[in-house]
Every structure is written in structure tokens, then in C-alpha cells.
Design a protein around this ligand. Sequence first.
Ligand SMILES: CC(C)(COP(=O)(O)OP(=O)(O)OC[C@H]1O[C@@H](n2cnc3c(N)ncnc32)[C@H](O)[C@@H]1OP(=O)(O)O)[C@@H](O)C(=O)NCCC(=O)NCCS
Length: 314
Amino acid sequence: MDLDDTAARLGVPVEDVDRVHRLAGDRTSAPLPARADAPAILDRLAVRPDDAAEIMAGWPDPGSPLWTPELRWLLDRSIALVRADLGGHGWLPPGPALPRDRGPAWRHLYVYAYLALVDVAREYHHDHGIPDAVSWATLADLGRNLAIDRRMHREGWPVMQSWLTLHVRGGLYELGRLQHHRGDTAIELHIPESGPLTPEAVEASLDEARAFFPRHFPDEHYTAFSCGSWLLDPQLREYLPGDSNIVRFQQRFALEPYEEPEGLNADVEALRFVFRSLTTPLDQLPRRTALQRAIVDHLTAGRHWHWRRGRFPI
Ligand SMILES: CC(C)(COP(=O)(O)OP(=O)(O)OC[C@H]1O[C@@H](n2cnc3c(N)ncnc32)[C@H](O)[C@@H]1OP(=O)(O)O)[C@@H](O)C(=O)NCCC(=O)NCCS
């Protein structure tokens, strides 16, 4: 295979194609579900009708003219790459960010990879005795992310395509309000967009995790919950009331000293999660809520948000 030619045809840097080639090697791929079963699976994965229609329109049927040999190669090797790390919990890009405006095959290539890996993940969950309800609640983050990406006019996907490899490798579990991400000694918490972050919902989710990990991952020994987020920035307390859910969530954590994180810009992350837009000028963003006003006023004043890490004992 000519990597340069493949990269040019895919419109991506050759290093990215080389990475897929090296990491996937001749590892085993996994088949997609049958087309006839796909609508029901997409429904279980909380994929909304508009996204499901696009996914079905680009389905990689054998012989489909939408699927060039390069796209088929990337789909197959991306599945193999992610599958090779089954059980892993590190950050794993499934392949290069594609020019997604070239059509549904390009736009949703990593969604098809995800669909191929659903059965692989389900088997892994089954081997760990993980209940069906947790398995599906976890995997249904696909639909939530696709809907958010649509709201973001497709600006969100480059991060989401890597994020979603955690779910299909068995690295992350949605237990009630929070997503719990396996780590070395700490369970990393993530907060999906699914309603208010009440202290009661948080406590219930932590309690679930306290029972879940010893039961399903008895060889892993967790001593703390941890989190890295713009939500943990103490500067938010200049703007939000002390009894807001965000401030009360912050109060659980002992923060690590601030360090500029590599490859992450907290200003961008705050815009992503509060406005679901990375490109709207500050003076055109809505100012309906206390948090929206906080984010905009802080940036307009020339200040910056900080990505903070913290933890508390299990
Ligand atoms: C985290 C989250 C659930 C907190 O929401 P919450 O429970 O309503 O938070 P609070 O009670 O502290 O809200 C305080 C104020 O901020 C507003 N607010 C909170 N989150 C907001 C958001 N994402 N967008 C706009 N406004 C928001 C609230 O409406 C409230 O303002 P108001 O009193 O003027 O109505 C919410 O921000 C969210 O869904 N975020 C997206 C996911 C995310 O950020 N994950 C972390 C990724 S690192």
C-alpha cells in the first residue's frame, strides 16, 4: 500500500495514515452489524432520527460507490486499531480527522467503526459481569455526541471521535449522572450534558461506582475519584452563587497546583460546553444564564479560564 497516495486521497497528513498502518498492523477487525439490524441498534444508542438517516444513507454496503478503497481501508484498520486496545483506558484517536463535508461516508466513518465495535464491547462487558442496562447507557453516549455535534455545526467531532473509543474499549461506564473512567489508581469523572448536576445525583453516582468497580474490576484498586475540567476552575466562584451545583461540585475536590495543560485550552473548552460553539464572536453569544455571562465577561475582560485537576478519596 502506498501511504502517501492513501493520505492524499483521504485529504489527511501522511503521518496520520502511517500511525493507523503501524498501530493496526494486521490485527483483527470486526464486522458491522447487518444493515437490517442497524436502525434498531442506532435507536438503542440514542441516535436521533436525523443522524440515523444520514448514517443509513452512507452505510458501507459492499459495492457502495460512496466507499472508495481508501475509505474502506481506513474503516477496517480503524476498527482493528481500537479493538487491539480492548480493555485500555488511555486517550486513543481512532484515526485522522477526515474532511467530513465530502459526504456521509466521510462524515460518519468513525461512527461505522463504533457500530462494528458495539458487539466487541458488549462481549467485554459481559465477561466482566456488567449489567445490560449499564452497557447500553454507556454506549448510548454516541447519540448524545452526534446530536451535540450537529448543534455545533460539526465543530465538535474531532474530539468526540477519540472520546468515543473509550466506550467501546470498556474504559468508561455511565453510572447514573456521571461517567466513570478507569485509570491507574483513580476513577476519572466526566460530566455528560444530561440535566442539572445536583449533589444528590452526584452522590448517587459515586455510590454506584463504589460498588461497581470492586465487583466488575476486582483486580483494579482505586483510592480516589479525580476530575480534570474547566468546571473545577475556582475563578467560577467570582461569578456563580455559592449554592450553585457547579460550586458545590467543586467543593468535593482538593485541587492540584495549576499547570498549563498541554494541547488543551480551557477558554475553548468553556465555550464548547457552555455555548456549543467555538467560533461565534464573544459579543454575539447568548447571555441568558449566570454561567453564560460569566464565561463571556471573563474573556471579554482579557482574562482566561483554567483547566484544573482535582481529586478526593473514594
Ligand atoms: C455541568 C452542568 C450539568 C451544570 O449545570 P447546573 O447543574 O445547572 O449548574 P449550576 O446549578 O451550577 O448552574 C449555575 C448557573 O449556570 C447556568 N448553567 C450551568 N451550566 C450551563 C451550561 N452548560 N450552559 C449555560 N448555562 C449553564 C445555570 O443555568 C445557572 O444559571 P442561572 O441561575 O442564571 O439559571 C452543565 O454545565 C452542563 O450540562 N455542562 C455540559 C457538560 C460539561 O460541561 N461537562 C464537563 C466537561 S469537562
